[in-house]
Ligand binder design. Structure first.
Ligand code: MN3
Length: 201
């Protein structure tokens, strides 16, 4: 069976400076994201062993490990491509029209996403997600990597607000990190591509 793998960064580690510092990017990708990849593979391997042995004594633990580490791997894989050295500004095209339709305006969407993201309790993510059956967009406030997700709604823009994502540069100023991402780093072409794929699926 194919193992989960760490996807390469789509840019150099220092490419997002000064808004996202190279040291944080290196640690975040090479250590934290890698740990979720390893954790997912380990949990899946242990489930394989458990099935073969017919021993499900640890089933609740292992299923939680799959959701946590697997969720971390999936969200970080989206996160890296959601960022760009040429990011920021505002989306255009169908995505812009859909944001205006479902949130009232880009400004209202931006305020909603920032408020939800800044208010994540503990470690988690602010997420723009689309219902693939209707194309409707909404904001989700994901705790850890797996709680408060909505089945069937596809994440297309994810903002990591675990402290490991921003603490070296921004310390406790989570709002400044979210501001930096929205103002300078969001790769709207990638978000638009993900939106298009989700509603065609
Ligand atoms: Mn992270």
């Amino acid at each position: 069976m194919k193992k989960a793998e760490l996807p390469p960064l789509p840019y150099a580690a220092d490419a997002l400076e000064p808004h996202y510092d190279a040291r944080t990017v290196e640690l975040h990708h090479g250590k934290h994201h890698q740990a979720y990849v390893n954790g997912l593979n380990a949990a899946l391997d242990k489930l394989t062993v458990a099935r073969a042995a017919g021993d499900f004594a640890l089933i609740k633990h292992l299923e939680r490990e799959v959701a946590f580490h697997g969720g971390g791997h999936v969200l970080h894989s989206i996160f890296w491509t959601n960022l760009s050295p040429d990011g920021g500004s505002e989306p255009g095209g169908v995505l812009a029209d859909s944001l205006a339709r479902d949130f009232g305006s880009y400004t209202a969407f931006d305020a909603h996403l920032r408020a939800a993201t800044n208010a994540v309790e503990g470690s988690g993510w602010g997420v723009l997600a689309v219902d693939s059956s209707s194309g409707r967009l909404t904001v989700l406030q994901v705790e850890k990597h797996q709680n408060l997700l909505l089945p069937g709604w596809v994440p297309i823009l994810v903002i990591d607000v675990w402290e490991h994502a921003y603490y070296l540069k921004y310390q406790n100023r989570r709002g400044e990190w979210v501001e930096a991402m929205m103002q300078h780093l969001v790769n709207w072409a990638d978000v638009a591509r993900r939106y298009g794929e989700a509603i065609r699926a």
